[in-house]
Design a protein around this ligand. Structure first.
Ligand code: PBG
Length: 328
């Protein structure tokens, strides 16, 4: 029998050509930012235990990696330093060292691959003996004291060649302070990508392994957002834009696609999403057991970010996705 239907949505899915013609959202290498970890030393590439194929690179290997990424079509990276404990202290002083590992890494990458867009991380945790994103006093994470250090850190990174400064700390007022400090130092062209909506999440576990930066005491719930909330995302975004953010970010990604959508709807600046370490670890763990078709679930996940409204995606899958495209 033939049903009397005037609407048959399947008509639009009949062939690959038709489906391609009607595809609403697209993934492009132009949207992807690859996070990279840097360590002191020479010829070092230490794989992060919970993140297959993600390494901590010494400077020489970092440069080689950036060249490879550029050749593959990945044009933006975000760098994180893994420091030895001896360099960590309460105020994260090493973060201001112009000869420090991070600043040397920035100069090296910008020199080797000048067109690579280099995004830097501003927060205390890689440098903090307390493993927190701010200065800790009697168990409290101090806001205003921390913001002062963050502003200096941003200037130090700009001086070393950062194109975009990305504060990931969630202190109040840091975007304003960073913008002002950058401008006063003459870096009016250096942008700010604010981690505006960053949740206190267990999905950061593998990242903290990579940097050995887990909090020594307590958790990050007095500064990072409660995962049960979405309303305050709008406040954080509005404040950051008012304070001078050029782009805002939601983090983590996959468990927060509703938040990405909510932010995309209210933001007047581009929206980024961070597809975090725990999300990368989950897909890899399942793939290793043969439980998921890895390239397919990765592609599906990345597309989900675009569908939710993200303009750019920070993702550990960036390189492999580019490789798959190249292989066809
Ligand atoms: C800390 C920072 C974190 C990540 C980026 N910057 C972890 C945290 O807030 O504890 C997580 C990234 C990831 O999990 O991939 N400033």
């Amino acid at each position: 029998m033939t049903l009397q239907l005037t609407k048959r949505p399947r008509r639009n899915r009949r062939s690959a050509t038709l489906r391609a013609l009607l595809q609403e959202h697209h993934l492009s290498l132009n949207d992807l930012v690859m996070p990279l970890f840097v360590v002191e030393g020479e010829d070092i590439a230490q794989e992060v235990a919970s993140m297959p194929r993600i390494f901590r690179y010494s400077l020489d290997r970092l440069i080689a990696e950036c060249k490879e990424l550029w050749a593959l079509g990945i044009k933006a990276v975000v760098l994180f330093p893994a420091l030895e404990d001896a360099l960590k202290d309460k105020y994260g002083k090493e973060s201001l060292n112009q000869q420090g590992l991070y600043q040397r890494a920035l100069r090296a990458v910008k020199q080797a691959v000048p067109e690579m867009l280099v995004i830097t991380d501003v927060a205390l945790d890689p440098y903090s003996s307390d493993g927190h994103d701010g200065v800790v006093e009697q168990g409290e994470i101090l806001n205003d004291v921390t913001v002062e250090i963050l502003a200096q850190m941003a200037v130090s990174q700009a001086r070393a060649g950062a194109d975009i400064i990305a504060p990931s700390d969630m202190m109040d007022g840091r975007v304003k302070a960073i913008r002002q400090a950058l401008d006063e130092a003459g870096f009016t062209q250096v942008g700010i990508l604010s981690y505006s909506v960053k949740y206190a999440s267990a999905y950061y576990g593998p990242f903290r392994d990579a940097l050995d930066s887990a909090p020594k005491a307590g958790d990050k719930k007095t500064y990072q957002m409660d995962s049960a909330n979405v309303r305050e995302a709008a406040i954080e975004v509005a404040l950051d834009i008012e304070e001078g953010a050029d782009m805002v970010m939601v983090k983590p990604g996959l468990a927060y696609l509703d938040v990405v959508r909510a932010v995309a709807e209210v933001s007047s600046v581009p929206v980024a999403v961070y597809n975090v370490s725990g999300e990368y670890a989950m897909l890899n763990a399942a793939a290793r057991r043969g439980w998921l078709d890895y390239p397919k679930v990765v592609t599906e996940s990345l597309l989900a970010f675009k569908r939710a409204g993200a303009d750019l995606i920070l993702t550990y899958h960036a390189k492999e996705y580019a490789q798959w495209l190249k292989q066809g």
